[in-house]
Structure formats: structure tokens, C-alpha cells
Design a protein. Structure first.
Length: 155
């Protein structure tokens, strides 16, 4: 079986110095290698093909047969690594928390301990007739997050 460490080193060698990064690497017992990649500016089909070709050159099918699949996460997939949070600053996200509650808003800040999501709702303010927009920043620590996804809008 091809080792995860071998494939990981090859991926790191290929993407070193670029805006691309590994999201997920899984190798099954029958040598199916599933690689999920992303990039700060996206990970195109051409990027997938380039990495696939690179790995096929570096791995030897004569020594050990394998099936290689390289892809990028879809917009409907939850974030799997912190770098995806940084990449999606200023986008609308839906954060599902461990207590089953959700927060939907704009991802405005990311650091090593937490994210900040800004919500915007119309509320009636005392002493005024019309409702006004009220923005609230919610600081959410990573351990309390169940999943986070980008909200896709077609505006």
C-alpha cells in the first residue's frame, strides 16, 4: 500500500510557494488515493490535472498499482481546514454550532482561535417608527463549530 506520508510529501513538494493547499488526503486499503485541494484563489480543473500528472510521474504503477483522484471542494462542502476560513473572508457563510444553533452572516475576521461573523437584521428601535438595520458581530471559537459552509447566492 502506498503510504500517506509519501503522497503528502509529493503534494507539499508540488504546491510549495504557491497559493494552493491540501484540504484532505485519504488512501484506501486497495490504493485508491483521494486528494482534495484548494487554493487561496480557487483550485481549477487545470490545477487538478497538473497535480494528477505530477503525482503519476512520481509514483510507480509497476511497483504498486493505484487509482488517483484529485479534486477541489465544491461550494456546498463544509470547510475542512482553517485556511479555507481565511480564503472566504467577506463572503456570506452559515455556521452550524455544536449546540444545534446556526449563525448566518458575513465572515469578517479569522484568527487562530476564533472567527467573527457579522449578522444584519432589521429591528424596531425604541422611539422610532420604522425598522432599522442592526449589525452584530458574533465571535465563534473553533471548538464550538460543527460545520461552516459558504452561502451561495445568485444576486
Amino acid at each position: 500500500m502506498i503510504s500517506e506520508e509519501t503522497v503528502l510529501l509529493l503534494i507539499e513538494e508540488k504546491v510549495e510557494g504557491s497559493a494552493n493547499f491540501l484540504v484532505s488526503l485519504k488512501i484506501s486499503v486497495d490504493n485508491v488515493i483521494d486528494i482534495l485541494m484548494d487554493g487561496d484563489d480557487g483550485f481549477s480543473i487545470q490545477d487538478c490535472m497538473d497535480l494528477n500528472r505530477y503525482l503519476n510521474k512520481k509514483l510507480d504503477r509497476d511497483i504498486e498499482d493505484y487509482n488517483l483522484r484529485v479534486s477541489s471542494p465544491g461550494l456546498d462542502q463544509p470547510f475542512m481546514v482553517r485556511r479555507q476560513y481565511y480564503k472566504n473572508i467577506d463572503r456570506d457563510v452559515k455556521v452550524e454550532l455544536n449546540d444545534a444553533s446556526t449563525i448566518e452572516g458575513k465572515l469578517v475576521e479569522v484568527d487562530d482561535d476564533k472567527i467573527t461573523v457579522r449578522t444584519r437584521v432589521k429591528e424596531r428601535i425604541e422611539g422610532r417608527k420604522a425598522k432599522h438595520w442592526v449589525e452584530t458581530d458574533h465571535e465563534i471559537e473553533y471548538p464550538t463549530i460543527q460545520s461552516t459552509k459558504v452561502i451561495i447566492s445568485f444576486n
